[in-house]
Design a protein around this ligand. Structure first.
Ligand code: AMP
Length: 554
């Protein structure tokens, strides 16, 4: 196994294999099964471009071979930052087929995060688009390259700069099919090997990497697909970034490929982009997140389109309140499903046939009978049903450790291999209900912000002597980040000054605080820790008072 990763214990490995939970196939082999069954079915639609399963398979093989010819070797790491589109699908599968491990960065990441990913993974390659909404990823690659000794190749979807590779030209490169087949067969990884590295939502200063094996990820997507009703005639609309676990495999595009369904790519999440696609391609399932659901419900666009094909709208990443779940069903004429899960593994879903009470209020239940769930009190003792406690999870697709992070692993996992989700939940009739969170994180409509990471950036400001970032309530996003700051004597700082300073440090924009509160001191516990809970209460009360005082709008 890739050095720096923690394997499942032998006993668990043997059990998952003997039960057929781990099928011993790689992700590309999962796709090949589908290609053999439905070669002429449309696998991906992106604008006017359509690829059948056979065409997708050929493109993946040609690109994998082109990666091999450029010198990429099995278990090399490649930071992967392509946005939604056919190129993303082909490049992701092409890398994996060549035995290379993609590190799944998000389109929003900037120099600060990407520089860390390149260094931590000792990546030899970096895959990017050319320019998106005015941001030039090629220039970012050129800026980062001198500080990353391992980086040898930059692959660009679009027009590359000098010295960078043209991904589309590589996909089109002619090569004899038998040579491609032989070359790739020689590189077939073991199914127990790491296939990709996801990024953790994060509570630490530096995001952690989540190693997912072929065995566990094939199970993750196929089992999640089963739990959420994926069939061959599914038409899945990919709206959120496909590099995120939710859209990639939970159930996501990989579940669609496992059953021979069709993936429709949305290049933008606006109602103007999404609802015409649903009508035009007779989309049956869309997976989305809290801020998008809110904006779609507030838009007049959906009513102008035929949504009769839509069977399921699934929300994930953060809790959607019951009232909005109900409205989704009423307005869009489909079933609502809630997805509560994590890139580290455990996935829970409400099911299509669940009663309203469960669909509208719960976070659903684990997708697999092999998921082991423990809900514990502060002493590690299991609590009875209906009583909130910390959620621990173990199972065939929940990791046993982060990549190259032994110290973090000692805290993030119990001695017997349960992952500490950091969520407070209660269980009623097998379904989980999310009550709160123990981890220092802001969940901005599904996008996770590590308080510690943002605090480190704020503390670099010369006027700041103390910083504490907490979640504040927000009607559209659920939560946003509020920065409480103590200033050095004689210094001043306003919100604009803080945000400009942080943006200049080249971090993902969604991590920027959305409010600044200057204070003289922080509330401190007897053990000397900042009482974040109290600061959350302070800002929540202040916002409520401001809302109450604001003049009512017509
Ligand atoms: P990530 O691995 O980045 O997707 O983040 C996983 C975390 O997101 C979970 O541990 C929860 O804190 C939060 N989360 C995901 N889905 C939900 C949901 N449906 N309701 C509440 N919290 C959620």
């Amino acid at each position: 196994m890739l050095a720096g990763c923690v394997p499942w214990p032998e006993e668990a490995t043997a059990r998952y294999r003997s039960k057929g939970i781990w099928q011993g196939i790689t992700l590309p082999e999962m796709l090949e099964r589908t290609i053999a069954e439905v070669p002429d079915k449309v696998a991906v639609i992106d604008g006017e471009m359509r690829l059948t399963y056979a065409q997708l398979g050929e493109a993946v093989d040609r690109l994998a071979y082109a990666f091999v010819r450029r010198g990429l070797r099995p278990l090399d790491r490649a930071v992967f930052q392509l946005g939604n589109g056919v190129d993303m699908v082909v490049a992701f599968l092409g890398l994996i087929k060549a035995g290379v491990i993609p590190v799944m960065a998000l389109p929003a990441h900037r120099q600060s995060e990407i520089g860390h990913f390149l260094a931590h993974a000792e990546a030899v390659a970096y895959l990017i688009p050319d320019v998106v909404r005015g941001f030039d990823f090629r220039a970012m690659a050129e800026e980062l390259a001198p500080n990353c000794a391992s980086l040898r190749h930059v692959f660009v979807s679009g027009t590359p700069n000098a010295g960078q590779h043209d991904l589309r030209a590589m996909i089109a490169e002619p090569a004899p099919a038998d040579i491609i087949r032989e070359t790739l067969a020689a590189r077939r990884p073991d199914a127990g090997e790491v296939a990709l590295l996801l990024l953790s939502g994060g509570t630490t200063a530096i995001p952690k990497m989540i190693p997912r094996t072929h065995d566990d990820y094939v199970y993750n997507c196929t089992q999640c697909g089963k739990a959420t009703g994926f069939r061959r005639d599914i038409v899945y609309l990919a709206v959120l970034p496909m590099a995120h676990n939710f859209t990639l495999a939970s159930p996501g595009i990989l579940a669609a490929f496992s059953v021979g369904g069709t993936v429709v790519v949305a290049r933008s999440p606006t109602p103007e982009a999404v609802f015409p696609l649903i009508e035009r391609h007779r989309v049956t399932m869309v997976c989305t997140a809290v801020p998008l659901v809110t904006s779609w419900l507030n838009s007049s666009v959906p009513a102008q389109h035929d949504l009769s094909s839509l069977e399921v709208l699934m929300n994930g990443g953060a809790k959607l309140v019951p009232e909005l779940r109900r409205r989704v069903e009423e307005r869009f004429g489909c079933r609502f499903m809630e997805s509560f899960g994590t890139g580290e593994g455990l996935l829970c879903n409400t099911r299509y046939d669940d009663p309203e009470e469960v669909r509208f209020h719960s976070a659903g239940r684990p997708i697999s009978p092999e998921d082991e769930i423990r809900i514990v009190d502060p002493y590690g003792n299991e609590v009875p049903d209906g009583v909130p406690g910390e959620l621990l999870a173990r199972g065939p697709y929940t990791i046993r450790g982060y990549y190259k992070a032994p110290e973090t692993n000692a805290n993030a996992f119990t001695a017997d291999g349960f992952y500490r989700m950091g969520d407070v939940v209660k269980r009623i009739d097998g379904n989980l209900y999310v009550e709160g969170r123990m981890k220092d994180q802001v969940n901005r409509g599904g996008e996770k912000i590590s308080c510690e990471e943002v605090e480190d950036h704020i503390l670099a400001h010369p006027a700041v002597s103390g910083a504490c970032v907490v979640a504040m309530p927000d009607p559209a996003y659920g939560e946003k980040a509020c920065a409480f700051v103590i200033l050095r004597p004689g210094h001043s700082l306003d919100f604009r000054g803080l945000v400009d300073f942080m943006a200049a440090r080249k971090i993902a924009k969604f991590k920027l605080p959305e409010r600044l509160e200057i204070v003289d001191s922080f509330p401190i516990s007897p053990a000397g820790k900042i009482l974040r809970r109290e600061l959350r209460a302070v800002i929540a009360a202040k916002l409520a008072a401001e809302t109450a005082a604001a003049p009512a709008t017509a």
